[in-house]
Design a protein around this ligand. Structure first.
Ligand code: SAH
Length: 229
């Protein structure tokens, strides 16, 4: 049976799933609390990894090495890359970094050196399961690329630049590094993000308003997915 690692960057993103866990055990390691138990009959390890690429990558590797997870789901909120509106959900087809490049922004350093790919593909079966769970929840779902970087995208100029270079459906701060970690370990993953803001000049205000609502949708969707894994 699958053992599913679930990461959220912020405590609000994992709080609802934590309440739904049965047989819950806690382990503290590297400043994180890992919750092991069951949701919808599936074995899960749930953790709040913190914001950003380093926090998320190292926590994902810990889930794989210490807790032996064989499937990874990343939930949370994100800014829209364009089409998706606030409260819609974006399910990753692939994820990449918008802030890791060589001398010029077009210089794709990850493609030219280890691990020799520009983006990391999500598991098609998990993508399909996530999209079906979104439809069951009655939310508008988009499948597409996630662009990740160590910055909150909160101005039109910043967003326009990222969109022109990487064509994402959503921008956030952890998905790419979780995808990277999973890819080099051969672990299937999917990223599921509720759109909390438009990643433009009004982003900070709409982020505060929709953070909780968006996190709630993501928790419902993961619960449905786990029933069908
Ligand atoms: N309220 C928090 C903000 C955290 S940063 C604080 O001030 O401490 C935003 C988080 O939400 C990250 O985990 C990121 O993945 C996601 N996110 C939502 N909207 C985003 C945006 N417009 N740009 C980048 N990340 C965004």
């Amino acid at each position: 049976m699958a053992k599913v690692g679930i990461l959220g960057a912020m405590s609000s993103e994992i709080a609802l799933l934590k309440e739904r866990m049965s047989d819950r055990r806690e382990t503290e390691r590297a400043g994180r609390t890992f919750y092991e138990g069951k949701i919808s009959g599936a074995d899960v390890v749930l953790v709040c990894c913190g914001v950003g690429k380093v926090n998320s990558a190292l926590t994902c590797q810990m889930l794989i090495d210490w807790f032996g997870v064989d499937t990874v789901i990343n939930i949370g909120v994100a800014g829209s890359g364009g089409e998706a509106k606030v409260r819609d959900i974006v399910v990753s087809t692939d994820a990449l970094y918008h802030d890791l490049h060589g001398i010029t922004p077009e210089d794709d350093i990850l493609a030219d050196s280890y691990p020799f790919v520009s983006s990391f593909a999500a598991d098609p079966k998990l993508v399909q399961l996530a999209a079906e769970a979104c439809r069951k929840q009655g939310v508008q779902v988009y499948t597409g690329r996630i662009a990740t970087g160590d910055q909150f995208v909160g101005s039109k100029a910043q967003k326009d630049d990222i969109v022109a270079r990487t064509h994402p459906m959503a921008v956030e701060m952890e998905g790419g590094s979780i995808a990277h970690t999973c890819a080099i370990n051969g672990v299937p993953f999917v990223i599921i993000r509720s759109i909390s803001d438009n990643a433009d000049d009004g982003a900070e205000m709409s982020f505060e308003t929709f953070e909780v609502l968006a996190a709630n949708d993501a928790a419902e969707i993961v619960t449905t997915m786990l029933q069908n894994l």
